[in-house]
Design a protein around this ligand. Structure first.
Ligand code: IMP
Length: 183
């Protein structure tokens, strides 16, 4: 275990099993269709790549880059820093997130993408923190519900670190900058 991790919440094996199940569900739900997966950068890239490897349907992939976090805190303002390359009009879209926390990001994306008139939009997230929700988000595919703690690994970061950990872990308080701990 990494020296700055307090506790492993979800093991590599648990993630592997759950991601396979989600891929199978999506493949079944969209049988004989082509899905456009939109990965929300950067946190979703590991999850999205594992989802794709287990799919048995055709798909396209695109990415959108958003920013709302500084350290362990959301600024509450979501900004697009990299837009889609593809046109999603009349496409079956699945937005892939690492985690739905306040729900502001997912809500922003749904409203933003609706204006581009896709055939359908659903949300797939590896993690869900229901206790932190500020706005309702219709999550269709969910990996795990977790407590309201700041987690890293499997694509999720703290100030760009820890994305490479193969598990989901809770960061030690001593590894979080002092100013982030003052509330
Ligand atoms: P929301 O807009 O509050 O739902 O937050 C969504 C984004 O915040 C996620 O895509 C993550 O990038 C980031 N985030 C929220 N909680 C965590 C966490 O516990 N660890 C790392 N990133 C997080």
């Amino acid at each position: 275990m990494h020296r700055n991790i307090e506790e492993i919440l979800i093991t590599e094996e648990e993630i592997r099993k759950r991601v396979r199940e989600l891929s199978q569900r999506i493949s079944k739900d969209y049988k004989d269709r082509c899905v456009t997966f939109i990965g929300v950068l950067k946190g979703s890239f590991v999850f999205l790549s594992d989802i794709l490897k287990n799919l048995t349907i055709d798909c396209n992939v695109d990415f959108i880059g958003l920013s709302s976090y500084e350290g362990t805190k959301s600024t509450g303002i979501v900004r697009t820093v990299l837009d889609l390359k593809e046109n999603i009009q009349d496409k079956d879209v699945i937005i892939v997130e690492d985690i739905v926390d306040s729900g502001l990001t997912a809500n922003y994306l749904i409203h933003n993408f609706r204006t581009r008139r896709p055939k359908s939009i659903r949300i797939c997230t590896l993690l869900d923190k229901p206790a932190a929700r500020k706005i309702y988000v219709p999550v269709k595919y969910k990996g795990f519900s977790i407590p309201n703690k700041f987690v890293v690994g499997y694509g999720l970061d703290y100030n760009e670190n820890y994305r490479n950990l193969p598990y989901i872990g809770v960061l030690k308080k001593s590894a979080i900058k002092k100013e982030d701990l003052c509330q």
